[in-house]
Structures are given as C-alpha cells and as structure tokens.
Ligand binder design. Structure first.
Ligand code: MEV
Length: 418
C-alpha cells in the first residue's frame, strides 16, 4: 500500500472513497456505513475539511432536568462515552430541587498575541507601541466592521516582555470583544493586520501573530447549592474530601477536570464548537497559579449544605464556523434555545458542574464501576446482536452471574432466541 496519492484533494468525495476502498480493501458494507449521510447534504461536510470520504456518526443525546439561571434547558450532548448523559441528567434533577444552577459569564474577550523579536530597546519599543495604541486598535478594527457595529472589536492592548532561551522578546496582546463569535478568525486577522505597523514602530520583526487559547478574559462562574436534606451529611463530607484531594493534587485534578470536560465537550460537539480550544483553555487556566489544580471546588456552607463552584474559560461562538454551517449544530442551538454565545457558555459551565458533581459523588460513595458495568454489559449485548428488550435482559443476566463477557452475551442471545 502506497500512501502517496498525488492530487487526492482534487478527487471528488466519491472518487476518494473508491480509491481508499481499493487501497485498503473496504467492502460494500464498510462503504455504505461511511456514506450514511442521511439527510445531511454531503457537500456541506465536504466543504468543512479536506479529503473527506464519508461521515462518522456519533450518538446524540439530550440531557434533561437542567435549570440554569432560573430557566429550563434541554441540553444536546454528543459523546462516545456511556453514562455521561445519564450522569448530567441525574445531577440536574437533584440541583433543580433547590434554586438550580447559577451560571454567569464575563464579557467575551479573546486575546491575540504578536511576537516581536530583534527589538533593540525594549523600553523605547514599548513606549512607541503604547503611544500608537489608538491607531493600532483602529487598524485592527478595520478587520471586522460587523464587530465594531455591534459594539465589539479590539478594545485594548498591552505590551509584555518575556525572557526566553532565544533572548528577550516583546509580546503584544490585543484584547478583542468578540461578542457571539468564538473569535479565533477575527483575532488572527487583527494580529496579522497590525504586525507590519508594530515592525515599523519598533524596528523589530513580528514573527507569530495568533490568538492565545488561554482565554482568561472569557470566564464563566457556575455555582450550585444542594441541601443536606437531599444528600445527607456523610455524603457531603465525602464530596468535600474528594474536592480537597483534587484541589491539592495535580494527578487527581487532571481526572477531576476531565470529568468536568465530559460535560463541556459533549455540548461543544453538539453545537459545532472547537473542542480543542475549550480543552486548551480549561487546562491552561487550571495551571494559572503555577500549579495545576481543580477548576471546581465543593464545600459545605454555614448551614451544612453543599456548595459547588466552577470557574472555567468557555470560548464558544454561535455565529460563524461549524456552528453556522453544520446542520446538526444548528439544530442543537434550536434545542438549547440560547440567544448569545455568553448564554451558551453559561449553559456549558453548568453542565460541567453537574457532570463533576455526579462523578465525585459516585466516586466518594459507591464508585463508578457499578454504573459503568451495567452500560458495558448492555454494549456487549448489542455487539452480540441483541436488540430491543433482549439487550437489558442479557445485560442483567450477565451482571447477576458476574460474567460480563462478549462470548457470554452471544450464548445468552442464542438461548433466548431458541
Ligand atoms: C470519567 O470519564 C470521568 C471521571 O474519571 C471523572 C472523575 O474522576 O472525577 C469519573
């Protein structure tokens, strides 16, 4: 097999699929699965990335019970991991017993960076840049008339000095209010547009001109209170221990935060967001003190009730990008009924907090394997060919026997069928 295929990108989608099928020996069924576009226009997906040969369906679930900022939401979630949607719905059910989840986002400010090297005098260069602040912002803002019209756009800039193994550098930050966009495109264009002016002002060279994914000016704070009557004092104390563990130990914090991102990313996928930007932002923000820690904290308040707080950067958009072109992403926004990127970010943080609660409550009490095993058993039953009622029947029997294996699922399926 030779992977060198000149002009592969120029082939039609059909031709590319045929070529790959020939090269690696895909059969008719494989091809049919790759081509299961349903009612989605293949040309939309073909235009989104390069070298498209098909689609990859993922389960699309809806988490129920969410009450956020006094409003009810149905939350679409796309994820390959079982139990995430159930965990979110369960947590949301408990959380709505009180006041629901409160979630508030800051302004939607993204940061762009321009790296200036070979600058002679850092002090002079900084002075010149700051003296020309208005002109620089004006040029940056010429990149998006729409943003400016909406009251957004480049608002400020800052000059930082950093010392590196290649010597000192000036790093110019521009702060851009991106409103309902994720903002990467507009911020990158703005950075590129002022690069030449910065070179002219400083005599240095503008090398990298790009968005920073440490979106620490686009923060959402979500908070929930769950009464001790619902959870009981013992469970609350266990959850506090779990939180303390994550706050103090990076090995645990990484997993604790992964649980939060299970919720955040599932909504991100459903709404066509850049999931890598969200992951990068979250984990970089978790390290902002110099030591990686948990993004959330759980403690008991003066009444002995449990309070959970999450602080997380959520750079998402509802205009532009996949959100606008992907038909399913558009439907997700319809299901959510969010009107702004800020509101979407607030919902996503709330889902992250709910997800986190379910995970640590299970871990601090019964453990997570019990729930996982049930789902694993169901998956094996489905893989063995069971459908409908037989799925649960076979799964339950394997759990009862303590023998959760594919070949056992097959045997049970044959038994039931005969
Ligand atoms: C699994 O996807 C997520 C958890 O590991 C999160 C956690 O440990 O808090 C359960």
């Amino acid at each position: 097999m030779n992977s060198r295929i000149p002009g592969f990108y120029k082939y039609s989608m059909e031709e590319r699929l045929k070529k790959v099928a020939e090269l690696v020996g895909l059969d008719e069924d494989d091809i049919k699965i790759l081509k299961s576009f349903g009612d989605v226009d293949p040309s939309i997906l073909d235009a989104m990335i390069e070298n498209v040969i098909g689609v990859y369906p993922m389960p699309y679930g809806v988490a129920v019970n969410f009450r956020i900022n006094g409003r009810d939401y149905l939350v679409p979630m796309v994820i390959e991991e079982s139990s995430v949607v159930a965990a979110a719905s369960n947590a949301a059910k408990i959380m709505r017993e009180g006041d629901g989840i409160e979630s508030r986002a800051s302004e939607q400010i993204m940061i762009g960076q321009i790296q200036l090297i070979n600058v002679d005098s850092f002090e002079d260069a900084k002075k010149k840049i700051l003296e020309n602040r208005d002109r620089l912002l004006e040029v940056a803002n010429m990149q998006s008339k729409t943003l400016s019209r909406l009251g957004g756009g480049a608002k400020d800039l800052e000059v930082r000095y950093i010392n590196t193994r290649k010597g000192g550098m000036l790093i110019v930050h521009i702060y851009v209010d991106v409103k309902d966009a994720m903002g990467a495109n507009v911020v990158n264009s703005m950075c590129e547009s002022i690069g030449p002016i910065l070179e002219e002002l400083t005599g240095g060279r503008a090398l990298l001109k790009i968005l920073s994914n440490l979106a620490d000016r686009r923060i959402v704070k979500a908070r929930v209170k769950i009464s001790k009557e619902i959870l009981g004092e013992d469970v609350i104390e266990r959850i506090e221990y779990a939180s303390a563990f994550a706050e103090s130990d990076p090995y645990r914090a990484a997993t604790h935060n992964k649980g939060i991102m299970n919720g955040v990313i599932a909504v991100a996928l459903a709404t066509g967001q850049d999931t890598r930007a969200l992951e990068a932002a979250a984990h970089a923000y978790a390290s902002r003190s110099g030591r990686y820690t948990s993004l959330s904290k759980w403690y008991s308040d003066e009444d002995g009730d449990l309070v959970g707080e999450l602080e997380i950067p959520i750079p998402v958009g509802i205009v532009g990008g996949a959100t606008k072109v992907h038909p399913t992403a558009r439907i997700s926004l319809k299901i959510l009924g969010v009107k702004t990127a800020k509101e979407l970010a607030e919902v996503m943080a709330a889902v992250g907090l709910a997800q986190n609660f379910s995970a640590i409550r299970a871990l601090a009490t019964v453990g997570i394997q019990r729930g996982h095993m049930k789902l694993h058993a169901r998956n094996l039953a489905i893989m063995a060919g069971a459908r409908g009622e037989l799925v649960d029947k076979i799964a339950e029997e394997m759990i009862r026997e303590g023998n959760i294996k594919y070949h056992r699922a097959k045997e049970l399926l044959e038994k039931y069928r005969s």
